[in-house]
Design a protein around this ligand. Structure first.
Ligand code: LER
Ligand code: MN
Length: 266
């Protein structure tokens, strides 16, 4: 969800956050994930009040729109862009700390371009910024969640293995893994095995079906995904990052009903 409209398609209630948050409890959700370009886009006192009235928490803040809509991407080697992005990320880390939420590092990585040498420089500057962010996040008790994203959106970390290598290279406990079923469906040989293998780092999961509709509207095997998560004793959030099809309210309702029916089957 988001307080403002967005060109990022799989967002529910973009520009209608008040309405979106209000519809979460009746669909069985306990948390909201919020996508922002800038921390100042959010009315924090208002959100604090609504969350406590509705018994909800913020699971995470998504940051990809800073790259998508503001061209502030982690792999940009321009020092002015890097400094600007770092400042914004630090604000995001403080925001996440306020809500005891995590910060998603997905689309904000951007795309690597040019020759081998240029790509390696882009990767290095991204890692450098992430390391600085991870130290600040660690001090404030915030997790940075590295999300592998499919090849049609980026060439900078497509698989859980690549994300794990980056997490282990940074080597700081605040850097964890987010797995998204939509991306895993394209990039992983066996998403359930990926979940089991990722046990140590996995702290957050995005659910979307193969067509990015609500879970249950495509061909991903969600009962097996849930079984794999149960097997590893997964305790983190599962949020729906889906297209508002046929509309926001129904996509949310379908997700809640479908996941509830799977839980009842257990
Ligand atoms: C973000 O969570 C995501 O899944 C990506 O598709 C963003 O580009
Ligand atoms: Mn995602």
């Amino acid at each position: 969800m988001s307080p403002n409209p967005s060109t990022f398609a799989p967002l529910l209630f973009a520009g209608r956050l008040a309405e979106g948050i209000e519809s979460l409890p009746k669909s069985g959700f306990t948390a909201v994930e919020i996508s922002l370009r800038h921390v100042s886009d959010l009315d924090i006192p208002w959100l604090d009040k609504r969350l406590s009235e509705l018994g909800l928490v913020v699971s995470a803040f998504a940051t990809g729109r800073m790259c998508l809509e503001d061209s502030l991407c982690l792999c940009d080697t321009n020092s002015l862009v890097r400094e600007h992005l770092f400042e914004r990320l630090v604000e995001f880390i403080h925001l996440a700390a306020h809500f005891q939420a995590s910060l998603i590092i997905g689309g904000v990585r951007g795309k690597l371009s040019g020759n081998h040498h240029q790509k390696s420089e882009q990767r290095n500057v991204a890692l450098d910024t992430l390391r600085h962010c991870a130290v600040i996040a660690g001090d404030l008790g915030v997790n940075l969640l590295i999300e592998p994203i499919n090849r049609y959106e980026t060439n900078f970390i497509n698989t859980a293995l690549e994300a794990t290598e980056l997490i282990e290279t940074i080597g700081l406990p605040s850097v964890k893994l987010l797995l998204d079923t939509f991306h895993m469906n394209m990039e992983e040989v066996d998403p359930c095995l990926t979940i089991r293998t990722a046990k140590r780092h996995l702290r957050y999961v995005h659910f979307a079906d193969s067509n990015r509709h609500a879970p249950g509207q495509g061909h991903i095997n969600f009962p097996s995904i849930l079984a794999a998560l149960a097997d590893i004793g997964y305790q983190g959030f599962i949020t729906a990052e889906i297209l508002p099809i046929p509309d926001d309210a129904q996509a949310l309702l379908h997700t809640g009903q479908y996941l509830h029916s799977l839980m009842l089957d257990k």
